[in-house]
Design a protein around this ligand. Structure first.
Ligand code: AMP
Length: 434
């Protein structure tokens, strides 16, 4: 099957060709015809499956025949949890829509709002936004959502995890009842089901990878190691195996900074990316990493969400995530679109419970290794995990969910971990430490 079999227009086929795609991915094969028909869609798909093109291409086609947007009006709205994902979806919209006379813009918090206001003023065919900044601009009268024809919620599970449910409900009150809705989520919790029931009308269901499975193309391994030796083991593995382009996950922003600094001292170029970094610092780090100038990018879960790096060869879990589903998201950064990838987890005695949860979720045992020279102490005692967040097994309810938005510098936060912490109230295991 080719893209032209899916009913896409010549303008879109030209743009797809320029991207170098020849064969539609499974989600594209199913989503494109369904969206072209105008119905609602509920898709279970992780990043790396080609889901962005799966909704962007038919959305562009449906919009290309219609009327112009009204002043300050928007015809299609794509909501994403993070700035990075918003930027990437915006890029896809531009790339795929380059031969169509449609206008688009991306908005998120943490940057000045005036250029965004100026871009929306004449009206837009497509607006890609994080929820906080969108509502901010709406409240100030800069954007009119009453003419929305298509609403996309991308990575809806992550939006809920980050506490955006109230913002999403507010947005739903601002859009007209007659519209097409597309909901994408990597996992299906009860909350996602509830949102889908409220939002969608007789949706087409698409499930490409089995729920909570990890890609077959990713080689996954665990190195057992003592807590204090993780940094040196990581430096050793990177050097010994000559890994380039390594995305490393840490649990905290502070941990990400410390690790990047440590690797730097070992002559391994590394930078940290997380919610405390300015947008320009994050963009710089990401582009250096993508271009291959930067060997290691150390990231927290929320900051890494939505990073689109083609053919990323190595992902390292420097610490296991507290929430098992995050493991699936993390290693989804490698082995994308059919390429081989390697995911390595460094696991100390504190994390055995977390590892069990992950293995239960992905329904397989991960291969365990011990690197000579880094043998773990068999008598080591587990300690509580940093920030008092230990144990795992709390499901996906760990953090910002339900958090009331808080006025943040430069706006209301942008959906990348700048949400207010609910940790104290929720028993000390917040996920906002991104
Ligand atoms: P996504 O899941 O939307 O984040 O896409 C994952 C990656 O796959 C992106 O780098 C896309 O550029 C790439 N991609 C999307 N569709 C195709 C395709 N049909 N063939 C090859 N690569 C694709």
């Amino acid at each position: 099957m080719t893209f032209s079999d899916l009913g896409l227009s010549a303008e879109l086929l030209r743009a797809i060709d320029a991207q170098g795609y020849t064969i539609p991915t499974p989600i594209q094969r199913q989503a494109i015809p369904a969206v072209l028909q105008g119905g609602d869609l509920l898709a279970s798909a992780q990043t790396g499956t080609g889901k962005t093109a799966g909704f962007t291409l038919p959305m562009l086609q449906r919009l290309s025949g219609g009327k112009r947007p009204a002043k300050r009006g928007v015809r299609a709205l794509v909501l994403t949890p993070t700035r990075e994902l918003a930027a990437q979806v915006g890029e896809s919209v531009r790339d795929y829509g380059r031969h169509l006379p449609l206008t688009s813009h991306v908005i998120f918090g943490g940057v000045g709002q005036q250029p965004q206001v100026d871009a929306i003023r004449p009206g837009l065919d497509i607006l890609v936004a994080t929820p906080g900044r969108l509502l901010d601009l709406h409240q100030q009268g800069h954007v009119d959502l009453s003419g929305i024809e298509i609403l996309v919620l991308d990575e809806a599970d992550r939006m809920l995890d980050m506490g955006f449910i109230h913002d999403i409900k507010k947005v739903l009150k601002l859009v007209p009842p007659q519209r097409q809705n597309l909901l994408f989520s990597a996992t299906f919790s009860n909350e996602i089901q509830a949102l889908a029931n409220k939002l969608l009308d007789a949706p087409t269901l698409i499930e490409v990878a089995r729920r909570n499975t990890t890609a077959e193309t990713v080689d996954q391994a665990v190195y057992r190691v003592d807590r204090e030796k993780k940094r040196d083991l990581l430096a050793h593995l990177i050097s010994a195996h000559q890994w380039y382009q390594v995305l490393v996950f840490t649990r905290t922003k502070h941990g990400a900074n410390r690790l990047a600094e440590h690797l730097g001292k070992q002559d391994i170029p590394a930078m940290a990316i997380h919610g405390n970094k300015s947008q320009s610092a994050r963009t710089r780090a990401l582009s250096a990493f993508k271009s291959g100038d930067l060997q290691v990018l150390v990231a927290t879960d929320i900051a890494a969400r939505g990073l689109d790096i083609d053919e990323l060869p190595h992902v390292v879990n420097f610490e296991l995530p507290n929430v098992a589903e995050d493991y699936v998201h993390r290693i989804g950064r490698t082995g994308r679109a059919g390429n081989d990838g390697q995911a390595v987890s460094l696991v100390c005695v504190d994390e055995h419970g977390l590892l069990k949860n992950i293995e239960r979720l992905i329904k397989r045992d991960l291969e365990k290794h011990i690197e000579p020279g880094f043998e773990p102490d068999p008598n080591a005692k587990p300690e509580p995990i940093e920030n008092g967040r230990g144990g795992g097994g709390r499901g996906r309810n760990g953090g910002g969910r339900g958090g009331k938005p808080q006025q943040a510098q430069g706006g209301r936060g942008s959906g990348d971990g700048q949400r207010p912490s609910r940790r104290r109230r929720r028993g000390g295991q917040g996920r906002q430490q991104a």
